[in-house]
Ligand binder design. Structure first.
Ligand SMILES: [Zn+2]
Length: 190
């Protein structure tokens, strides 16, 4: 009898204990979910910031790369007085080919290394004393966020231009100046 009474009591106590346990488990689960959520949001912020830093870094190293290419064109021009006719010529006559081929790939893209004109474009027919406002090399559209693209001018100064239309404007102005210079009597340049 007492056993059965005790048993019932035990069962009740056990029932309470289980209910308590369930509630505690539920609270623990809620706490865990909360912590995970905070971590996810915080972590998300962290990764967004990391991604932004990385994008800025790529834009910067792209600019330096393109500027390096133009500086190499200047080195080439020290002997021949004019810039090389194209990237391929530059790579093989000044940079010695090989390893430096990777400098022609924008770090923000996934294009295969090998096609020298996959990322960057070159405006040939210029000399170191051409109009310093002229663009010598620039990158194609869509490599970087904010519609940004890097441009390097004839005098080897580089700029990150926001809004690709502004890049095209600089390129068109360069082409117009080159055409005008070509139709003028020899001695051209500035
Ligand atoms: Zn780039």
């Amino acid at each position: 009898m007492s056993e059965s009474v005790d048993g019932t009591d035990d069962a009740t106590v056990l029932g309470y204990a289980r209910a308590n346990q369930r509630e505690r488990a539920w609270n623990v689960r809620r706490a865990v979910v909360f912590v995970l959520l905070v971590a996810a949001i915080g972590g998300g912020g962290y990764f967004v910031k990391r991604a932004r830093d990385l994008a800025a870094l790529r834009l910067e190293s792209c600019r330096r790369q393109l500027q390096g290419i133009v500086q190499a064109a200047h080195i080439y021009a020290q002997d021949s007085d004019e810039f090389p006719p194209n990237f391929d010529w530059l790579l093989h006559h000044t940079l010695g080919g090989g390893d430096l081929i990777s400098a022609f790939k924008c770090p923000a893209t996934n294009v295969a290394i090998g096609n020298l004109n996959a990322c960057y474009l070159y405006i040939p027919g210029q000399r170191p004393n051409s109009d310093p406002r002229n663009v010598l090399a620039y990158e194609k559209r869509g490599h970087h966020g904010g519609d940004a693209a890097n441009v390097v001018f004839v005098d080897a100064h580089a700029a990150t231009i926001y809004g690709y239309d502004n890049v095209m404007k600089l390129v068109k102005e360069t082409e117009v100046r080159l055409k005008t210079a070509a139709t003028q009597p020899a001695g051209g340049g500035r």
